[in-house]
Design a protein around this ligand. Structure first.
Ligand code: HEM
Length: 225
């Protein structure tokens, strides 16, 4: 019963919540999730944390998605398996370093700490746990890139066809099951957190005219700040 609630019902609750609240906020409350940039408060650690975090997590999530969409292309010869698994672990470490730096920056810098909301803390903590669990799954339950194809893929496909077949995953170790639940928790958190910036990424920056920013302060007063 617990398994059915967690893997047969909760994923739909998470997705409905993400869409319903996300669409509501997009049209009614857009300013509240796009305006709290902390780049003006601190930008050095932000750069060293943000770059590995974003490149790492995008590559990892792309790999999760490609294995779901093209499972047969993902079934590879054993030699290549090492390359795939080692690349996954390296990317996970890269991502963890980035996220760790972003967390330290919020804890360490008083000004950034002050503008960090409760939802920011919850999001960073959840992402940290989720990426850690992914790393441990890859480390302790070897060849995940292959067993994923016979467990998570048919399960996720069954969710997409509104016929949840949880038997594909309920016998997996709890660490793996928690990692799957973590994925849906992140989807549920989506509309309540900064993750909303994913749907408001300023793509129009690519074609809009340049903006010229001119500081309206004298050099002297800038130095004394
Ligand atoms: C339902 C959703 C998900 C499923 C079924 C899933 C499944 C898996 C599996 C089976 C692995 C092991 C891969 C290997 O051994 O090579 C893994 C690794 C990993 N996952 Fe997930 N995952 C999900 C969602 C997520 C999300 C949302 C994140 C991050 C926000 C994430 C981050 C990671 C990381 C960092 C790794 C380690 C890197 C790697 O080896 O690919 N996963 N995941």
């Amino acid at each position: 019963m617990l398994d059915f609630v967690l893997f047969g019902i909760f994923p739909y609750v998470a997705i409905i919540l993400a869409f319903a609240v996300g669409i509501y906020r997009y049209f009614n409350d857009r300013i509240s999730y796009s305006s709290f940039s902390s780049q003006f408060l601190e930008k050095n650690t932000l750069f060293w944390g943000s770059v590995p975090w974003h490149y790492g997590i995008l590559a990892i999530l792309l790999a999760h998605l490609l294995a779901l969409i093209f499972p047969s292309a993902w079934m590879i010869v054993p030699d290549h398996l090492y390359v795939l698994e080692v690349s996954g672990l390296a990317l996970a470490l890269f991502t963890l370093v980035g996220l760790g730096l972003l967390l330290l920056r919020r804890l360490d810098n008083a000004r950034v700490f002050r503008v960090t909301s409760v939802m920011d803390w919850i999001l960073v903590a959840t992402l940290l746990v989720q990426v850690d669990m992914g790393f441990m799954v890859a480390l302790f339950y070897r060849w995940g890139s292959q067993w994923y194809l016979y467990t998570a893929v048919p399960y996720l496909v069954s969710l997409l066809s509104f016929d949840p077949q949880i038997q594909y995953i309920v016998t997996l170790p709890w660490l793996v099951k928690l990692h799957i639940i973590g994925g849906f928790v992140i989807i549920a958190l989506f509309p309540f957190t900064r993750l909303m910036h994913l749907v408001t990424f300023p793509f129009s920056y690519l074609w809009r005219p340049y903006q010229v920013v001119i500081w309206n302060r004298s050099r002297q007063s800038k130095r004394s700040k």
